[in-house]
Design a protein around this ligand. Structure first.
Ligand SMILES: C[S@@+](CC[C@H](N)C(=O)[O-])C[C@H]1O[C@@H](n2cnc3c(N)ncnc32)[C@H](O)[C@@H]1O
Length: 212
């Protein structure tokens, strides 16, 4: 029998507590970030070439990104630990599918997903557990499926934790995360670094990967 790590419970409770306010803050956030939209568009284009299989938005929060992926022509659905986030997502985007669950163990058969996005959700996973998450993503993706990671980048510094406003989070050197993805069976397609906006603290890292 596997036991759920306590940090998952902590993360779930922390996001349940802020979900309503968080949803209001982020609902239109993509409008302000053309580079974020650009890498999401590249992900969508590469994923559509792979096939018409489902695309999982892991740690989808209130679902705005799942909706954006659907607008880009993908069969997108969202998964999140927080039932309150999922409730908001279901009410805001009733035409889309959302499920409560953990990206540590996906409710998907081997190889069925054409794409996976983890947009600022792996940031809460303790670094030693990242390889098992990436292995789980690789298991659920089709042979040439695509993976897009969005995260706080360490800006040349080492892997570190920081005072994230909701719950413990980590900043990753982009090369370190790319190397772990390589070990888990992904080839890098490209990467995008975005400097922080005036109301953001850290550089943003994005890795676009393909299963190999
Ligand atoms: C910083 S928010 C990002 C939400 C959304 N992707 C966005 O960009 O606004 C992190 C989200 O990841 C979810 N999360 C964290 N760990 C998770 C896990 N193991 N499985 C599923 N969701 C997780 C949290 O509940 C939270 O909604």
């Amino acid at each position: 029998m596997t036991t759920t790590p306590p940090h998952l419970h902590t993360t779930q409770q922390a996001y349940d507590a802020v979900a309503v306010r968080y949803a209001e803050l982020v609902r239109d956030v993509l409008d302000d970030f053309p580079l974020d939209r650009a890498i999401l568009a590249a992900f969508a284009e590469l994923t559509r070439i792979v096939g018409a299989g489902p695309v999982a938005d892991l740690g989808c929060g209130p679902g705005y990104l799942t909706a954006h992926l659907a607008e880009l022509g993908l069969d997108a659905f969202g998964i999140d630990l927080s039932p309150t986030m999922i409730d908001i997502a279901c009410r805001t985007y009733p035409e889309l599918r959302f499920e409560v669950g953990s990206m540590a163990a996906l409710n998907s058969a081997d190889g069925v997903l054409s794409g996976i996005v983890s947009w600022y959700s792996l940031i809460h996973v303790p670094p030693q557990e990242i390889p098992s998450y990436l292995a789980e993503f690789r298991r659920a993706l089709s042979g040439d499926g695509t993976l897009l990671l969005g995260f706080f980048e360490a800006e040349g510094g080492p892997l570190s934790t920081f005072d994230h406003k909701v719950v413990t989070a980590y900043r990753w050197p982009i090369d370190d995360l790319a190397a772990l993805a390589g070990e888990a069976g992904f080839a890098e397609v490209g990467r995008m670094l975005r400097q922080p906006h005036t109301d953001e603290r850290f550089r943003r890292g994005h890795l676009l990967l393909r299963a190999r």
